[in-house]
Write a protein that binds this ligand. Structure first.
Ligand code: PRX
Length: 666
């Protein structure tokens, strides 16, 4: 751990420990709660036994021989066990009443809905799996999925899982360059995309982005499957495309690499046996940002991951058979993988899948969906809640939200005021609020109250999930005293933990396991209060969390350096009222006389093109120089002070303090 990082951590320490008092769920909620009272005691008594019990709730073709093989940081859970993730999400629900239960309720941005029962979803997935097989995809092959939030995205993920292919979903907001990098890194054999995506009424040419991505350096890709949105909206009946639309696809039909999904699906049989996978076979790779410019392909395997996400989804949200569960995350991020697809479907839940934005066509869109589908469990991000607060209560008041019984939050620290607003106005003071802390790397929720069982404190993610251990450590690696800021770590392996970084074991060891041997370091700072509640402070590395999107400062900087006008660049995060954090960029130019306004506009656009629109900086400072240490390292800490408008921190190690004075003037 570098000195610089520890210093910045100490400075974030605040006197306040948040709310001293705790809140309980209502007596009514508690009386109907499904989770057993003694779950914490049970898991403490026999941690591995607890996880074995959770694993037994899945369907295994063959039971495991050993529960845990731990050779830090290498782990194997449920060694010798065999199962299939898609089988667990579909086939095993077909015997009883769940056969005709809605599995996915899709809500389009335009208000159209489409519901698939478990039986229907099973049929779609089997056909999709047969399509993949017919295109030469076999067990272990990687498939990149670049899609908006539509039914076929879920179907294709499960179709990959069914045949043992490794899916690699890339968030639909990424640019061609970012997509290309991820396709090439994972060496995808096939890419699945849509012709168009839609966001706030605007059409996004997804296929165009894929075509651009494939132009160079993606020779690994043999086929591109294109899902046509019109067909998706009509439930894939295939009657939708006529005249102009058919003409539009002709030139592509001539390219033998392109396959039209719904056309091809029509000839596919419904029968497709699920591939028998070892517990430690790879299920998916998902890219996330680290502290270097290169994204990390986080690897998750099958048995432990499925055990972890199914158990957490059921326990945290107090899931019941008739719940209508809605998680607003994008399926392109880990929350979508674990808590839209694998956790809920493994539990036979009914999942709402919404394609659009919270403010389209109006700012009451989420409340309208909750009312329309009688949503009972609602899982969203603090950024969204902060926007709702800003937009005002009138939007909520138009709708009946009385179906809600559990609320949850993920992705960023939720400030106590935001928590209280969520509890009071969305939940009507009758719904427990679960602030869930976890990461792409952890795969599953690690810290959270269990609805109805745990006490809650507004703004705190409460305590570790049963069977999980989490510690706040000081620099020496000792457990920090309560009230002291420290590093958030996990001292014992957990089932859904990442296994490595795709193709880069060394980076895996270095990024997560090199600070304290055998202990996982999350990259976050936190503190525990006198009641044992955890309070997350935020990242202590150079990862910036913008509206719950993890962005690496280095990734932004290296993208900027590709622009011919940029000589040097530095990127930092700044507190933002709605987004949590926003990007602020400092740039020195090769041509000092370039017209400032034009350069700034150009660089904003350039970053959107290189990474994605969500990486557009809030502010760009043009400057003659950047503050550096004597060894030439840019001092981001000082730039952060400037971005936040704070008095400057310690400048003793800095070269040329004049630079800073000039910068400070803006
Ligand atoms: O900084 C923490 C923050 O999000 C990071 C993980 O981001 P990602 O891998 O994209 O996964 C997001 C969804 C699980 C963490 O290192 N974070 C996540 N949840 C919380 C949080 N910060 C505070 N409170 C949370 N509940």
């Amino acid at each position: 751990m570098s000195e610089e990082k520890f210093e910045s951590l100490s400075k974030t320490q605040s006197g306040s420990l948040g709310e001293p008092h705790t809140l309980k769920a209502s007596p009514d909620f508690i009386a109907n709660r499904s989770v057993a009272e003694d779950v914490y005691a049970r898991s403490t008594r026999d941690r591995l036994g607890f996880w074995e019990e959770r694993a037994s709730e899945l369907h295994w073709f063959k039971k495991w021989d050993g529960v845990l093989d731990w050779n830090p940081p290498w782990v194997r859970w449920f060694e010798g066990g065999q199962l299939n993730a898609a089988y667990n999400c579909l086939d095993r629900h077909l015997d009883g009443d769940r056969r005709t239960k809605p599995a996915v309720i899709f809500e389009g941005e335009n208000g159209g809905s489409r519901t698939l029962t478990y039986e229907e979803l099973y049929a779609e997935v089997c056909k999709g799996a047969n399509l993949l097989k017919s295109l030469g995809v076999t067990k272990g092959d990687r498939v990149t999925i670049f899609m908006p939030m539509i039914v076929e995205t879920v179907v294709c993920m499960l179709a990959c899982a069914r045949i043992g292919a490794v899916h690699c979903v890339v968030f639909g907001g990424f640019s061609a360059g970012a997509l290309r990098e991820r396709i090439a890194d994972v060496q995808a054999k096939l890419v699945i995309t849509t012709d168009d995506g839609q966001r706030r009424g605007k059409i996004i040419k997804m296929k165009g982005i894929v075509e651009e991505a494939l132009r160079v350096g993606c020779d690994c890709v043999e086929k591109v499957v294109v899902v046509e949105r019109r067909q998706s909206e009509q439930g894939g009946t295939g009657s939708g495309l006529q005249g102009k639309e058919l003409a539009k696809r002709e030139p592509q039909a001539a390219d033998p690499r392109f396959v039209f999904y719904h056309d091809a699906l029509r000839d596919m049989p419904v029968d497709c046996p699920a591939e028998v996978m070892d517990a430690e076979d790879m299920l998916f790779v998902l890219y996330t940002s680290g502290t270097t410019g290169k994204p990390k392909g986080v690897v998750h395997t099958t048995g432990g991951y499925m055990t972890g996400v199914a158990a957490t989804h059921r326990y945290v949200f107090d899931l019941k058979e008739d719940d209508i569960y809605w998680c607003t995350a994008d399926v392109g991020w880990i929350t979508g993988h674990s808590y839209i697809v694998y956790g809920p479907l493994a539990n036979g839940a009914t999942v709402v899948l919404y394609e659009g934005a919270p403010d389209y066509p109006d700012k009451d869109r989420y409340w309208q969906i909750i009312d329309k589908h009688k949503v009972t469990i609602f899982y969203t991000a603090p950024t969204a809640i902060r926007s709702f607060m800003k937009w005002g209560l009138s939007y909520l008041e138009k709708h009946d939200l009385s179906s809600l019984r559990v609320l949850a939050s993920v992705g960023e620290p939720i400030n106590p005021e935001v928590w209280k607003w969520y509890y009071k106005y969305v939940g009507g003071e009758r719904c427990p609020v679960c602030d869930t802390w976890w990461q792409t790397e952890t795969g599953m929720i690690m810290l959270s109250p269990l609805a109805g069982l745990s006490e809650m404190k507004p703004g705190s993610c409460s305590s570790p999930f049963p069977g999980v251990k989490v510690n706040v450590l000081n620099r020496a690696g000792e457990v920090a005293e309560w009230g002291h800021n420290g590093y958030l770590t996990v001292p014992e392996p957990w089932p859904a933990m990442m296994r490595t970084i795709y193709g880069d074991d060394n980076r895996y060891v270095k990024s997560y396991w090199s600070h304290w041997p055998g202990i996982y370091f999350s990259g976050d700072a936190a503190r525990r209060d006198q009641d044992g509640f955890f309070w997350i402070i935020g990242r202590v590395d150079d990862v910036i969390n913008v509206s719950g999107h993890r962005i690496s400062a280095m990734e932004v900087e290296s993208a900027l350096l590709e622009h011919p006008i940029v000589a040097e660049a530095a990127c930092v995060g700044k507190t933002h009222e709605v987004k949590g954090q926003a990007l602020v960029v400092f740039v020195t130019l090769r041509d000092k006389d370039a017209p400032k306004d034009e350069v700034i506009a150009e660089l904003r656009q350039f970053l959107a093109g290189r990474i994605g629109a969500f990486a557009r900086p809030e502010e760009i400072y043009l400057t003659n120089d950047l503050p550096k240490t004597r060894s030439g390292k840019i001092i981001r800490r000082l730039l952060k002070d400037i971005a936040e408008g704070r008095a400057l921190g310690d400048t003793t190690t800095m070269e040329g303090s004049q630079v800073l004075k000039e910068l400070y003037k803006g």
